[in-house]
Design a protein around this ligand. Structure first.
Ligand SMILES: Nc1ncnc2c1ncn2[C@@H]1O[C@H](COP(=O)(O)OP(=O)(O)OP(=O)(O)O)[C@@H](O)[C@H]1O
Length: 241
């Protein structure tokens, strides 16, 4: 049985009375959906609506899990900003969710994830002593540690160099296999590599985009990955694709 439900969202979001976007989107359970679109179009807002967070506007519509159960407590979220607590060590930041819930965190698992994101030597450091890319990897480890059936990732690899980015994509794909993942990204190559569903958002519509027929996680240099990446980039730049 797939324990990671899909999500459907349908409605309209307004900011100060103006329509920011109309959305009618099915996010399939147990698969990766990559959400792309121009800056400011409302990608993060879709995540925040489903998470019940402040958006600065009002959403009129419905969203629900496909299994009919509440989404409360089932979504892991990695925001664009890392939201690391400056007074805690990297290790304690990874474990913070469990501690706040009054659960004893598995420090061994936290350390293993920090090793896998390349921060084994930095577990006792405070976030302020890390580079931007290291902070982003600490935030990724914290999100993976939460082990939720649904995971929202908002530009999770944006601060990473190309090699580390490929490594972290592979790690996330492995750890989050069979989870429902909604990944916001500006990188067509990332979407072409990771997605089971690609969704492109504009002010007019939210539409699905053809994904390569091959199995994700795809080879970066496979012809179908490169073709998808190139067509997507052309479309996002305003071409006709
Ligand atoms: N708290 C808020 N109050 C008022 N307006 C907001 C708030 N949050 C977002 N907005 C506005 O909503 C719009 C969509 O923002 P959102 O962050 O969802 O865009 P995005 O597509 O994720 O952009 P980017 O790719 O740059 O991250 C923007 O015009 C933004 O200014």
């Amino acid at each position: 049985m797939n324990l990671s439900p899909g999500i459907s969202i349908k409605g309209q979001h307004r900011i100060q009375g103006d329509v920011l976007f109309d959305v009618n989107l099915d996010i399939p359970g147990g698969l990766w959906t990559c959400l792309l679109g121009r800056s400011g179009v409302g990608k993060s807002t879709i995540l925040r609506i489903i998470l019940g967070l402040e958006t600065g506007g009002a959403f009129e519509g419905i969203f629900r899990a496909t299994d009919g159960a509440s989404l409360n407590g089932r979504i892991g979220y990695m925001a664009q900003s890392d939201l690391l607590l400056p007074w805690l060590s990297v290790l304690d930041n990874v474990c913070i969710g469990a501690r706040l819930r009054g659960e004893p965190p598995s420090e061994a698992r936290a350390r293993d994830l920090l090793r896998r994101v390349g921060l084994m030597e930095h577990t006792d450091q405070k976030p302020a002593t890390l580079s931007g890319g290291m902070r982003q990897r600490a935030a990724l480890a914290r999100t993976l540690f939460e082990d939720r059936p649904i995971v929202f990732l908002d530009e999770p690899f944006s601060a990473l160099d190309a090699g580390t980015r490929a490594d972290m994509q592979e790690l996330a794909a492995e750890v989050l296999i069979d989870r429902t993942v909604l990944l916001v990204t500006h990188d067509p190559a990332e979407a072409a590599r990771l997605a089971h569903q690609i969704t492109v958002m504009s002010t007019r519509k939210v539409q699905n985009w053809p994904v390569p027929q091959t199995k994700a996680l795809r080879d970066i240099n496979a012809p179908e990955t490169l073709a998808c990446q190139s067509k997507l980039l052309e479309y996002l730049r305003g071409g006709t694709a």
